[in-house]
Design a protein around this ligand. Structure first.
Ligand code: DC
Length: 230
C-alpha cells in the first residue's frame, strides 16, 4: 500500500543521516531536548521488522512488507523525557538494540515493500510539531523537503570503538575486529542497496565526529539547528 506523502506544512524538520555508530541517537536526543522537537529514531522501525523476522522466521519479502505495515509499533514516553519502544503491549527497547537485530534490520531494510510500509509512520510522526529524525534516507526520501539536513559520520574505527564501549557497558564481551567487520558489512549493505541507499542528501551538511567528543558533536549539531530557531 502506497502511503500518500504527508504535507510538511509549516513544521520545521531536521534530517540527520549517517552510518551506524556515528552518534546520531545521542546527538538527536540532545537536540530534541534543547529545542523541544519530536524525535524519531527511524532505525527502530527497521529493527522492529528485523526482530519480527527473526522471531517468526519470516523471509518472504511480501510477508515482511505486510508485517511492517501491520506491526503495532509505538514509542511511549517513560520518564525524564525518555521514550520506550513497544510492539503491542511488549516493551522491546532493549531487544531492538541487540547486534543480530541490527543485522536483520539492515537486511529487511533493503526490501522496497518494507520501506514503503514504514514511510507513512515516519512522515506522520510528531504531526504538527517541529521534529528531528535520524536514519539513512531521511534527507533523501522521507523528508526531501527538510529544513536542515545533516550527514553525521565518523571513521569506521572511531565508530566501532564507541559501539564497543556501549556494548561493554551493558556487560557484553566484544571482539573489536569482529565488530569492525560486522559494522563494515552493514554499512556496505545500507549504502549499496538499490532502494533508498544511505547517502548524504543534496544540500546536507557533513559533520565528521571522528575526532570530536560526544559533547563537541552535540554542540556542533545544536549550533547548526540553532540557525533554524533564531
Ligand atoms: O540506525 P540503526 O543502526 O538503528 O538502523 C538499523 C538498520 O536499519 C540499518 O542498518 C539500516 C536500516 N535503516 C534504514 O535502512 N533506513 C533508515 N532510515 C534507518 C535505518
Amino acid at each position: 500500500m502506497d502511503e500518500p506523502m504527508t504535507a510538511k506544512g509549516n513544521r520545521r524538520v531536521v534530517a540527520v543521516d549517517g552510518p551506524a555508530g556515528a552518534g546520531k541517537g545521542a546527538v538527536c536526543r540532545a537536540a530534541a531536548a534543547r529545542f523541544g522537537l519530536a524525535y524519531l529514531e527511524t532505525g527502530a522501525l527497521y529493527r522492529a521488522v528485523g526482530l519480527l523476522s527473526l522471531r517468526a522466521g519470516i523471509g518472504d519479502p511480501d510477508a515482511l512488507a505486510a508485517a511492517a505495515g501491520e506491526m503495532p509499533f509505538a514509542f511511549r514516553p517513560v520518564q525524564d523525557g525518555e521514550y520506550a519502544a513497544f510492539l503491542g503491549d511488549e516493551e522491546v527497547t532493549l531487544a531492538l538494540r541487540a547486534e543480530e537485530v541490527g543485522q536483520a534490520a539492515s537486511r529487511v531494510a533493503a526490501l522496497p515493500g518494507v520501506r514503503r510500509a514504514l514511510l507513512g509512520f515516519q512522515r506522520r510522526y510528531g504531526a504538527g510539531r517541529d521534529a528531528i529524525l535520524d536514519g539513512r534516507d531521511v534527507g533523501s526520501v522521507v523528508w526531501p523537503d527538510a529544513d536542515l539536513k545533516i550527514f553525521l559520520t565518523a571513521s569506521l574505527e572511531a565508530r566501532a570503538k564507541r559501539r564497543a564501549l556501549e556494548l561493554q557497558a551493558r556487560g557484553e564481551t566484544v571482539i573489536l575486529h569482529d565488530l569492525i567487520a560486522r559494522m563494515q558489512e552493514r554499512d556496505q549493505r545500507d549504502a549499496e542497496r538499490d532502494h533508498a541507499p544511505m547517502c548524504a542528501a543534496p544540500g546536507a551538511i557533513l559533520v565528521d565526529t571522528s575526532s570530536l567528543t560526544l559533547a563537541q558533536s552535540r554542540e556542533r549539531v545544536n549550533n547548526l539547528i540553532a540557525t533554524l530557531f533564531a
